[in-house]
Design a protein around this ligand. Structure first.
Ligand code: SP5
Ligand code: ZN
Length: 341
């Protein structure tokens, strides 16, 4: 299987993450992608290629233009405003407050952020742009006939909505890929999100549409990030009713329980008959992940890959989360090797 990768991800290198009231080294750090790439090479998974440049068009097909401009300019504006640290929101649009966009950069952070752990920094926009190009290149390979591709995206994307960033995500790579398939002849695309966290951004983007089926397996939002979306009752709206499927699961969920949900999701995908399957591939379901609470073991990722392969669909793997950095390479590549066996 071919891997798409660029070193430009290193431009996303925040020094701070607001965690437990402290500023800590971010869990989402450059070494994550390096370890995954090392494992891709070590296992001989397949060639590693640079992305092509598809420009802003496919990003703007998903994201709000003013949001994109905000991400690009906010770090410099933050400095001009006299702030010394990395840009972190301190206000939010609370219930019954106004959705009028403020002028001041501090107010705009609260307007565009869905979480406060993700500091905005110089270089973030460029890395996020490159990450989206990785996903678009992966999608193009599938369109040219590849059975499966691994887009080694960093920063991740599934928490980003059309006009909100957070959860370490800026541009929604899976959504950008899905729209790219639809704009090039696909009739139906399924996105299966197996990251530990609910893919709130992807759900939100396609919630009222039937041309994208979104299925997410994740930690119950009553107990974990992103807290405010991902309940089983969320099944889509309008034309999208029945095309959104959530499997929230409790702390300490073991693989057999998780796999039963996977099988239900795959059954729904089989019924939907998509032209292509996108996997939002997070490996933060691992038992020793520092911010998550499932109990999957490294071998389980092989089984999961084989289960995904049983769908028999062209499959675009897009990297999302996974924060036990020492094991992220083994776990992510296990999914891909399990798929190929
Ligand atoms: C892409 C992805 O996996 N994003 C996850 C974003 C999670 N952000 C919240 C992290 C909260 C960390 N809390 C610290 C718990 C330490 N045990
Ligand atoms: Zn995650």
């Amino acid at each position: 299987m071919e891997t798409i990768y660029t070193e430009k991800h290193k431009l996303r290198d925040a020094k701070t993450e607001l965690c437990g009231g402290e500023l800590v080294e971010p869990f989402e750090r450059p070494s994550r992608a390096e370890y995954v790439l090392d494992r891709v090479r070590e296992t001989g998974l397949g060639p590693v290629s640079d992305p092509d440049d598809f420009g802003m068009g496919p990003i703007l097909a998903i994201h709000d233009a003013e949001f994109v401009e905000f991400l690009k300019t906010a770090p410099a504006r933050w400095k001009v405003a006299g702030f010394n640290g990395e840009a972190i929101p301190t206000t939010w649009v609370g219930r019954r407050m106004s959705h009028i966009r403020p002028n001041h950069v501090e107010g705009q952070l609260g307007y565009y952020a869905l979480a406060g752990e993700t500091s905005l920094t110089e270089g973030t926009w460029e890395a996020a742009y490159a990450s989206a190009q990785v996903a678009l290149t992966g999608a193009a390979r599938i369109r040219s006939g590849a059975g499966a591709v691994f887009s080694l995206c960093r920063p991740p994307g599934h928490h980003a909505t059309a006009d909100m960033y957070g959860g370490y995500c800026f541009f929604n790579n899976a959504a950008i890929s899905a729209q790219h398939f639809l704009d090039h002849g696909a009739k139906r695309v399924a996105i299966l999100d197996i990251d530990f966290h609910h893919g709130n951004g992807t759900q939100d983007i396609f919630y009222d549409r039937s041309d994208v089926l979104f299925i997410s397996l994740h930690g119950d939002p009553l107990e974990t990030f992103p807290y405010h979306l991902g309940h089983a009752e969320e099944t889509g709206s309008g034309a999208g009713t029945g095309f959104n499927l959530n499997f929230p699961m409790p702390p300490d969920t073991p693989f057999d329980v998780w796999q039963a949900a996977l099988h239900k999701g795959l059954a729904r995908i089989a019924e939907y008959k998509p032209d292509v399957l996108i996997i939002s591939l997070g490996v933060d379901t691992f038992e020793t992940d520092p911010i998550s609470f499932f109990k999957l073991k490294s071998d389980d990722f092989l089984t999961m890959g084989a289960d995904v392969a049983s769908a028999g669909l062209p499959t675009h793997f897009i990297m999302e989360g996974g924060y036990d950095v020492d094991e992220i390479g083994v776990n992510a590549v296990n999914v891909l090797q399990g798929f190929e066996r």
